[in-house]
Design a protein around this ligand. Structure first.
Ligand code: FAD
Length: 305
């Protein structure tokens, strides 16, 4: 029986692992990706984490992971499929058929990109459809691309892509963007970005790779635009499906908890992007991991003597 099992090895899970080792918990981390270090590994450059200005995201993630490894953290490579509370502990089930028992759980499974759910999206993912402009933008040098979305991520992606691509269509289903004013002003000053408002992408077409998208505007009119790539930036969904009947979630599916990470389920703590919070970043995820271990320490002291 473990004192604590940490689910996910993104910034939150790795920070929790570092603190758990220092607190001398009998603990493991379960992560589905080989040597995974979470979403930050997709970032080309991180400028807002203290002391590591301009660090490449992959290298930053690896530094976090190596830090945990140096302190002796044991990583299990498996996908968590189910968790359940037994009398006085938690059972964690993984896709290799194993069950792991622990007095407490730190849930740090992060988020995943929201999909458009239209014809061609799945078929052309990796063949012109991307969810990460930072990762794939450079493949579209002198090409024509579309960015779908109207928030900070979509507009930042359009700006980034405008540096590589010949032309960027920024397609948004509403009349105005939700992104911050500065980014909106920057978009207006770039002449190879064309904004198409009040329009939905209804279909992605191609042969071996993406060749065009079909748009439908508010008036019901359809147009087809030739593009080489489609960047989908319409938000994220928290990885909380397995928690639905276990802990209280908010309307968007995030686990309800403050910075202590204490959830409505006894002995289950939550850290990182997957919890209710205003700012989803490396620094807040790392802070959550540390706070959770402090909460687990109190829990073990009070309830598991
Ligand atoms: C392209 C990009 C650029 C970014 N740039 C910045 C930046 O410049 N500065 C900044 O501060 N933040 C940035 N962020 C945000 C930052 O990456 C996140 O806030 C941070 O990674 C959240 O960490 P987390 O540990 O909560 O979740 P995640 O990083 O999402 O980690 C969750 C982990 O859980 C694992 N997992 C999920 N489901 C399962 C399962 N069922 N079983 C086992 N393992 C599972 C995943 O594989 C993953 O490793 C960026 C994000 C992206 C995508």
């Amino acid at each position: 029986m473990y004192d604590c099992i940490i689910l996910g090895s993104g910034c939150a899970g790795l920070s929790a692992a570092i603190y758990a080792q220092r607190a001398k918990f009998n603990n493991i981390v379960i992560e589905k990706i080989y040597k995974g270090a979470g979403q930050i590994t997709e970032s080309e450059r991180v400028d807002n984490y203290m002391g590591l200005y301009g660090e490449n995201g992959f290298s930053l993630g690896m530094k976090f992971r190596e830090h945990a490894e140096k302190l002796g953290t044991q990583f299990i490579e498996a996908t968590v499929t189910h968790i359940e509370k037994a009398d006085n502990h938690w059972n964690i089930l993984t896709d290799d058929g194993k069950t792991w028992e622990s007095k407490t759980v730190i849930y740090a499974l992060g988020t995943q990109r929201r999909k458009l759910g239209i014809t061609g999206e799945k078929e052309y993912t990796g063949k012109g459809v991307s969810y990460c402009a930072v990762c794939d933008g450079a493949f579209y040098r002198k090409k024509v691309v579309a960015v779908v979305g109207g928030g900070d991520t979509a507009l930042s992606d359009a700006l980034l892509l405008s540096k590589f691509a010949e032309k960027v269509y920024l397609i948004h289903r509403r009349n105005d963007f939700r992104a911050n004013r500065t980014v909106q002003e920057n978009i207006q000053s770039v002449n190879n970005i064309e904004c198409i408002m009040n329009s939905n992408v209804t279909k992605i077409s191609g042969e071996r790779r993406v060749k065009s998208i079909t748009l439908k505007n508010d008036m019901g009119e359809e147009t087809e635009i030739a593009v080489n790539g489609v960047f989908v930036a319409i938000g994220s969904i928290p990885n909380t499906k397995i928690l639905e009947s276990i802990a209280e979630l908010d309307d968007n599916g995030y686990v309800k908890a403050d910075e202590t990470g204490i959830t409505t389920a006894d002995g289950l703590f939550v850290a990182g992007d997957v919890r209710t919070k205003v700012l989803r970043q490396v620094i807040t995820a790392a802070s959550d991991g540390a706070n959770c271990v402090f909460s687990v320490e109190n829990y073990l002291r009070e309830k598991c003597r």
